[in-house]
Design a protein around this ligand. Structure first.
Ligand code: C2O
Ligand code: CU
Length: 502
């Protein structure tokens, strides 16, 4: 009797203590992890009021340039509605300007971009997050962390300079586990400002071409699954794209799904020229190698179109893909593949711009699982460093810190980990140091039973989500935050704006 009473009592205590308040600040979640660095002076009792102390800054004030004419201005109107895919199928989901994917935003590096988001009919509210772009914190679009969700009839203007050329995408970060699968996303391409690495130089040993080399043809391939419809750019099946033999083509592949996707390229040798918006240094030719793109991740590939064309297929067997080549070409058959590209060794080393050898902070992000309660609901929940949400670590940094983070996954399931506002470089996987091109990433697949050590410079003040991009996992607690010393949080999860970032 006593024993079972004790068990019931203990379980009852865990149940009762698992309730997440309906409204709270992410700053009150869990506990501060200083990673071996100093506590911010503002955190030392009594110091915040000392003369000469830098004043705390609110997330809401960490905006992009408030003035200046934007180089590119876009208005996106969000709706909940039934729409038709390019190939005709009906989907009940979400659109931007009546389309899903939303319009591809194309800007040039260094441009000031202004996006006006208008919510016409998404009753749960919407935001826009610029996945992979290191925007100022107040432009990051995370409901309850960097802004309130925009209600029906409301609008929000995002203004920021795009500093890094590359392939990115945008998506809602309010109820993102529902709104992204439902279609509330689009591609964002930042073209390089000077020179154009996309124009191939004529090889000197070749006879001079009759016409000057044409600029590289560029194709955006956004992968997305609506329900059970595998699509590329909102269309099912193998889509044909005209391209003359001999053309140089760059394909920007974006995985907007919550799970990893395998991509097969057949018909030509190719190079992976960029990963998560960053160029790969000296990529080498690949042939028959499949590439694996984590949830949220991007890879740019380039090749020269042969007479018979090239096929880029996703998830072999889904039927979705693009066939690029002269009109008469029959898409190259799938053929046999020789394993997946290993980014640990691909390309050649190059400077990363900082020294991760003597970091100011070292963090661990250990992902596990535990049976227990969250919000009174029993389940097998994700844990971060042994804790279930909301009792997760808040990783605290100061501006300028060099940060090394070890991500360990012992949860039996892969997690595509996404840190907002920063680009990290992979130092090692399972103890093996990178020996290829710097492996810059914002969407890193951390396979089960693997350990990645990553490094980044804390150069973008704010409060940043660091979560799994399998968004149901984020809903189920695989979320932490990176917080800068002296930054305060005016927004609330829940609250009157009903902010639910995951
Ligand atoms: Cu693609 Cu937290 O987001
Ligand atoms: Cu996950």
């Amino acid at each position: 009797m006593a024993v079972s009473a004790a068990i019931i009592g203990t379980v009852g205590w865990f149940w009762a203590s698992s309730f997440v308040p309906s409204t709270y600040s992410v700053m009150d979640m869990g506990y501060v992890d200083l990673g071996g660095g100093p506590a911010g002076m503002a955190d030392v009792p009594g110091m915040a009021d000392m003369p000469g102390m830098p004043a705390a800054v609110s997330v809401a004030d960490l905006t992009g340039p408030a003035t200046g004419t934007p180089d590119s201005a876009v208005t996106l109107i969000a709706r909940k509605e039934t729409f038709r895919l390019a190939t005709g199928q009906k989907v009940d989901g979400y659109t931007l300007n009546h389309a899903s994917p939303g319009p591809t935003i194309r800007v040039t590096q260094g441009d000031l971009l202004a996006v006006t988001l208008i919510n016409e009919s998404v009753s749960d509210g919407v935001t826009l997050h610029w996945h992979g772009i290191d925007v100022p914190n107040a432009e990051d679009g995370v409901a309850g962390v960097t802004q309130d969700a925009v209600p029906v009839g409301g609008r929000f203007i995002y203004r920021f300079k795009v500093e890094d050329a590359g392939t990115y995408w945008y998506h809602s970060h309010q109820d993102s586990s529902v709104q992204i699968p439902g279609g509330l996303f689009g591609a964002l391409i930042v073209e390089p400002r000077t020179g154009s690495p996309t124009v191939p130089a004529a090889a000197p040993s070749l006879p001079s071409p009759v016409t000057p080399a044409a600029p590289e043809q560029e194709i955006v391939v956004a992968l997305h699954t609506y329900g059970d419809l595998r699509t590329i750019n909102g269309g099912t099946g193998l889509q044909r794209i005209d391209s003359p033999a001999g053309a140089s083509v760059r394909v920007r592949i974006i995985n907007t799904d919550p799970v990893v996707l395998g991509v097969a390229i057949t018909g030509a040798q190719f190079k992976v020229v960029a990963h998560d918006g960053h160029d790969i240094n000296k990529p080498t030719d690949l042939d028959g190698t499949s590439i694996v793109i984590p949830a949220g991740g991007r890879m740019d590939i380039s090749f020269t179109v042969p007479i018979a064309g090239v096929a880029v297929r996703i998830d072999m067997g889904s039927g979705a893909g693009v066939a690029i080549g002269p009109q008469a070409a029959t898409p190259a058959p799938l053929g046999s593949l020789s394993g997946a590209l290993n980014l640990l060794t691909y390309g050649s080393p190059a400077p990363i711009g900082f020294d991760p050898g003597h970091p100011d902070r070292r963090f661990e992000y250990r992902i596990g699982r535990r049976i227990g309660f969250v919000g009174g609901v029993p389940g097998d929940w994700w844990t971060v460093n042994g804790h279930v949400i909301p009792d997760v670590p808040m990783f605290e940094v100061s501006q300028g810190d060099v940060v090394v983070m070890t991500i360990v996954n012992a949860s039996a399931v892969v997690h595509p980990m996404h840190l907002h506002g920063h680009h990290a470089v992979v130092l090692s996987r399972d103890g093996v140091a990178t020996s290829g091109s710097p492996w810059w990433t914002d969407s890193l697949n951390v396979e089960s039973d693997s350990t990645y050590v990553i490094a980044f410079v804390a150069d973008n003040p704010g409060i940043w989500m660091d979560h799994c991009h399998n968004l149901q996992h984020a809903v189920d607690g695989l979320i932490s935050h990176l917080a800068y010393t002296g930054v305060t949080e005016p927004f609330r999860i829940g609250g009157s704006a009903h902010n639910h970032p995951a």
